[in-house]
Design a protein around this ligand. Structure first.
Ligand SMILES: [Zn+2]
Length: 299
């Protein structure tokens, strides 16, 4: 299948207001082909962010209306400062563990060789290993798109680093257990270019279509994306995409990291399949869910 050429990308970033038109015209000839190519996949895919969006997920995934769903709005005044979290600090070790970046049709996703990675301390019992990271984001020049919100305020994007508990054999065994997963959330704020995210954002520009993937050829440590100050909120929640398993200990970093408008634009230049064919990927976030009496703890 023809691709967007590498040479087009800087131009398209410069004219983001027209990017939808440009991409649609580039892809107009491909639409029918794309539709037929992906028809079988679409039949299998039973959720999206459109006609089968978050407000319908409960029809196929009843846990969507469960007692520990994510994301949530974090009300900072109600977060309970817990000294135990700072007495036993969160320890994050990743190293050069990135394998490749792919377009999943819902986000970009960085595949990880988690063998040498470790996450423990803080709210966690035992050791967790990194499995992948991805993000959720909003439209061009808008300040929403994050999944968690803070006192009702949103950010333009939110990164999720997904870890699994090594008391289980692998992530597929851990994914639906109450203590199976730990996800670190990092808010992206529009600002200066983030040098630590640049190797990944540059690769995201090369995976426009669902199923595309590229190798991460240089050494890349995902901790480069974490904020320098690692204060966080933590609570018990769920996956934010179907099957929405209630298996996640959430660790949401209080301090956002700055990324540039261009770095956000690269994410939106990825394409996904809408009811009208391929289009720009954005608004791939689930809105906040009821707290259901849960307590958010704070460092
Ligand atoms: Zn996510």
């Amino acid at each position: 299948m023809p691709r967007l050429s590498k040479q087009r990308l800087p131009l398209e970033v410069a004219i983001m207001s027209r990017v939808s038109t440009v991409l649609l015209s580039v892809h107009r000839g491909l639409k029918l082909q794309a539709r037929s190519l992906h028809a079988s996949a679409s039949r299998l895919q039973n959720w999206d962010y459109f006609a089968r969006g978050p407000s319908y997920w409960h029809e196929q995934f009843p846990v969507a209306k469960g007692q520990r769903q994510s994301p949530i709005d974090i009300v900072t005044a109600n977060a309970k400062v817990d000294k135990a979290l700072t007495d036993n600090p969160l320890k994050i070790h990743y190293g050069n563990c990135c394998l490749g970046v792919s377009n999943t049709g819902h986000s970009f996703q960085v595949a990880i060789d988690g063998t040498e990675t470790e996450l423990n301390g803080g709210p966690l019992d035992g050791t967790y290993k990194l499995a992948q990271f991805h993000a959720h984001w909003g439209p061009y020049r808008k300040e929403f798109g994050s999944e968690h919100t803070v006192d009702g305020s949103t950010y333009p994007a939110e990164l999720h680093l997904v870890h699994w508990n090594t008391k289980y054999n692998d992530i597929s065994e851990a994914v639906d257990k109450p203590d199976g997963l730990a996800v670190i959330g990092v808010f992206f704020k529009r600002g200066r270019e983030h040098a630590g995210f640049k190797p990944i954002s540059d690769l995201i520009a090369k995976i426009p279509h669902k199923g595309d993937n590229v190798e991460v050829c240089c050494n890349y440590d995902p901790s480069w994306i974490l904020p320098a100050r690692r204060d966080y909120w933590t609570y018990l929640g769920s996956l934010t995409t179907p099957p929405l398993h209630e298996s996640v200990t959430w660790i949401v970093m209080k301090n956002p990291v700055e990324v540039s408008a261009e770095q956000l634009a690269y994410m939106r230049m990825m394409l996904w399949e809408t009811p009208d064919g391929e289009d720009q990927m954005f608004n791939n976030y689930r809105p906040p869910q009821p707290l259901q009496g849960r307590v958010v703890r704070s460092t």
